[in-house]
Design a protein around this ligand. Structure first.
Ligand SMILES: Cc1cc2nc3c(=O)[nH]c(=O)nc-3n(C[C@H](O)[C@H](O)[C@H](O)COP(=O)(O)OP(=O)(O)OC[C@H]3O[C@@H](n4cnc5c(N)ncnc54)[C@H](O)[C@@H]3O)c2cc1C
Length: 412
């Protein structure tokens, strides 16, 4: 590893699609350093040995590792310095970060820090699944690492828990390794992923159990069966492994002890519409902001937040306030009902990194999404959605100064 600089213009924590796209935008103008704790940059797609990645970014369909390599190559060509095997361990006002690597501990100062540390999957403990603790229970990410990076096949007939986007990534990983999942289990009445992805398990001969809970994972040393309870009553499925998908949380370990405000609902940093954290020297982008978006979405978000950083460092900080009162961010609150979180959590007038509010529901819901400022309705749209699906509410160009914004889903 080449020596780490003591100081750069922009330091980016996390070399996934969000961090690399931001770095690529910034590097022609500034000294940019990307740090990643893994042996190679590229983030989660490096572990996803399947398509489809890259249409938006490269105009063609790529497998995850090829997509990751193309992002890295593009960033390096733009002049980005990428240092791998470097774990960022703390964030400091200034801004600065503490790191550890083979070269020992170090501190790096920057003019701005962008956090892009992605997302992690919920463990079995977090899901409160009963039963013994046999081997062969893996989150999708660990399965992908074993299959694509280590060439291993941890089981042959697993059950998949979850039906959102990443569960389908798990099916593709299994197909690549000759693993044949026997069932997919979903607590809700429908698959979470949008049609036609929801047809995919059936096309592959995988039984889809909807409205079904897992009562226990059984087996002494290895998984032997999974006990479920669904519309047909209790059933025992013979299996030699379990893939846990979904229940994502932002990888926000750095916020636990740091000085940045955390949004309780998303689990990630609270940001404004310029992508700025509570300490405006820190920005954030990508899946750290919320669980969980696609690679293309995070890539685009990284670019947009990089644009805001560039404007900030060039002395044109968003917003361009017409009066001091207009410069205060407008906090966004959620009304009662099924809305579970919103990103960004504050809107700065004139700040363009986020031209919309992104939301999710905690249960299937439909109705009119209404944005109010000081009680007056300023935007709205009808939605029908399910948990873990993206909901966007475009921000109107003219927002009233002062006060705050609230979003409510009026069901019906
Ligand atoms: C198991 C799994 C499978 C997925 N499959 C798909 C798929 O098939 N298609 C799709 O579009 N999306 C998929 N996703 C969503 C995926 O998160 C996005 O595709 C995309 O990778 C998000 O980009 P990102 O840059 O925000 O974060 P990531 O890609 O997660 O990159 C974050 C990077 O930050 C680094 N990092 C974290 N903390 C530190 C630290 N303290 N110090 C240094 N480095 C750090 C990590 O090593 C990592 O490289 C999947 C997600 C998961 C969890």
């Amino acid at each position: 590893m080449t020596a780490l600089p003591a100081e750069v213009d922009v330091l980016i924590v996390g070399g996934g699609p969000a961090g690399l796209s931001a770095a690529t935008v910034l590097a022609p103008h500034l000294r940019v350093l990307v740090l990643d704790r893994e042996a190679m940059a590229g983030g989660i797609p490096r572990h996803c040995g399947h398509p489809p990645f890259g249409m938006r970014e490269f105009g063609r369909v790529l497998r995850g590792p090829d997509y990751a390599a193309a992002l890295v190559a593009r960033a390096r060509a733009a002049g980005v310095q990428i240092a791998c095997g470097v774990d960022v361990t703390a964030l400091h006002p200034g801004p600065a970060v503490s790191v550890t690597s083979d070269a020992g501990p170090a501190r790096i100062a920057a003019r701005r820090v962008l956090l892009a540390t992605g997302v992690r999957e919920g463990s079995r403990v977090e899901r409160m699944i009963g039963g013994e603790k046999p081997g062969g229970i893996l989150p999708t990410g660990a399965l992908q690492g074993m299959v694509h990076l280590e060439g291993r096949r941890p089981f042959l007939r697993p059950v998949i828990l979850g039906t959102e986007l990443v569960a389908f990534s798990a099916i593709m990983t299994c197909a690549h390794a000759g693993i044949r999942p026997v069932a997919m289990i979903e607590e809700g009445p429908r698959a979470t992923a949008r049609w036609p992805a929801a047809l995919y398990p059936r096309l592959r001969g995988i039984a889809l159990h909807l409205g079904t809970r897992v009562l226990a994972i059984e087996g002494r040393e290895r998984v032997e069966s999974v006990l479920i309870d669904g519309p047909a009553g209790q059933q025992r499925i013979a299996a030699d492994g379990v893939i846990l998908s979904g229940r994502f949380r932002p990888e926000a370990t750095l916020l636990v002890t740091g000085h940045l405000a955390r949004d309780r609902a998303t689990g990630g940093p609270a940001i404004d519409s310029a992508g700025r954290c509570s300490d405006p020297d820190f920005h954030a982008a990508g899946n750290l902001l919320r669980p969980v978006e696609t690679a293309g979405w995070c890539w685009d978000e990284g670019r947009r937040v990089a644009g805001a950083i560039l404007a900030d460092l060039r002395g044109a900080p968003p917003p361009a306030p017409e009066s001091p009162s207009r410069s205060a961010p407008l906090p966004v609150t959620l009304g009662p009902g099924p809305l579970s979180w919103v990103v960004p959590q504050a809107v700065v007038l004139g700040a363009g990194a986020f031209g919309h509010l992104q939301l999710r529901v905690e249960r299937p819901a439909r109705g009119r999404l209404v944005l109010r400022a000081g009680g007056a309705v300023i935007a709205g749209r009808r939605i029908a959605s399910r948990p873990e699906r993206r909901i966007l509410l475009p921000l109107p160009p003219d927002l009233p100064a002062g006060g705050g914004l609230s979003v409510t889903l009026e069901e019906g």
